[in-house]
Design a protein around this ligand. Structure first.
Ligand code: NAD
Length: 321
């Protein structure tokens, strides 16, 4: 297939491009390099089956030109990361809503399948033991900027679903829970690479809030396997599906795991949320995926544990230092 991957120079996108090329597809990555980096794709630069185009999903002419040459779209381009969203709220909203609308409209024009990547952020502050795809969203005020990412991703889902129901467009929607692994940048507030980097440098590890909040982390290689299985299954069309790992750990325990597994001498320091993100910042205490649906539809379960995630990230950081 000729496949367009928006956000292909990003963390998950670059791993996905590699996998698609490996599977024999011809892949074009479109990315404006806002949080993605061209070097993520260096392993593909000599492949005859891969092209990188620097540009934006907001450039409709360019986007449609690329869609015209494609049989399938994976849409991963987005403004991501809490720091990024809080500091650039307008540009983030426009990228995440208008950009997705452009992709869906382009897919409809050609009537080709489109794969939408949403987020566990849509669940907001719902702290139930096991979040199912149909569960309620619990959000703070729309003018608490942190929630604008959740709002945008939810609108993306509703749009994609409406294109499926009304226009019979072949859409699939996934909600990634925290996904970690090589190539993820710590600069946008992503906690695991930030902790591993500090630990490797024997610098203090900064925890926002009390550290008693818990999180679940999934390995990017597991996430890409899930994406591939969902993308090419007839049973997943029109569905919304969680992708995540349901092993839960507190941020305090995560810091200790990172310190011990990297043999670090780092200490841990605590910074109040308000100091890190500004007044009125809200965070969720926990977020645990229910992964029964993905298991039932495509037989997927996470294969890699937290130790593997930490060591894979550390290995990459050591090799690029
Ligand atoms: N990593 C996670 O834990 C996680 C969790 C939930 C959802 N997601 C979603 O998965 C997708 C990929 O995220 P990621 O973690 O790889 O982050 P990422 O920042 O590495 O990837 C996003 C990519 O989109 C690109 N981009 C941004 N605006 C663009 C534009 N206007 N035009 C073209 N490209 C643009 C960026 O440069 C970047 O390469 C995103 O849609 C994100 O919302 C990721």
């Amino acid at each position: 297939m000729r496949i367009l991957v928006t956000g292909g120079a990003g963390f998950i996108g670059s791993h996905l491009c590699e996998r698609l090329v490996e599977d024999g597809h011809a892949v074009t990555a479109l990315d404006n390099l806002s949080t993605g980096v061209a070097s993520n794709l260096s392993g593909l630069s000599s492949s005859a089956n891969f092209d990188f185009i620097e540009g934006s999903i907001l450039d409709i002419e360019l986007l449609n030109e690329l869609i015209d040459q494609s049989d399938y779209i994976f849409h991963l381009a987005a403004a991501v990361g809490v720091f990024n969203i809080v500091n650039n709220p307008l540009a983030s909203l426009l990228t995440n809503i208008r950009g997705t609308e452009n992709v869906l409209e382009g897919a409809l024009r050609r009537n080709i399948p489109v794969f939408i990547t949403s987020s566990s952020e849509v669940y907001g502050k719902n702290v139930s033991d096991s979040l199912r795809e149909s569960d309620d969203r619990i959000l703070g005020s729309p003018v608490t900027l942190r929630w604008s990412y959740s709002e945008a991703k939810a609108i993306d889902e509703s749009l994609a679903y409406a294109y499926f129901v009304e226009k019979k467009l072949e859409t699939r929607i996934v909600r990634f829970f925290n996904t970690v692994g090589p190539r993820q940048l710590g600069a946008y507030g992503m906690v695991v690479p930030r902790f591993v980097r500090a630990a490797l440098n024997n610098e203090p590890i900064t925890i926002y809030g009390t550290g008693e909040q818990t999180r679940c982390f999934g390995h990017v290689y597991d996430a890409v396997e899930a994406v591939i299985r969902i993308a090419f299954s007839p049973d997943t069309i029109g569905k919304v599906i969680n992708i995540g790992n349901d092993f839960e750990i507190s941020i305090n325990d995560l810091a200790q795991r990172v310190i011990s597994e990297t043999g670090s001498k780092s200490s841990v320091v605590y910074v109040p949320y308000e100091e890190a993100y500004g007044d009125g910042f809200e965070d969720m205490e926990r977020r645990v995926p229910n992964i029964e649906l993905i298991n039932q539809l495509v037989g997927w379960k996470p294969q890699r544990d937290l130790s593997t995630m930490i060591s894979d990230i550390a290995k990459e950081m050591n090799s690029t230092n």
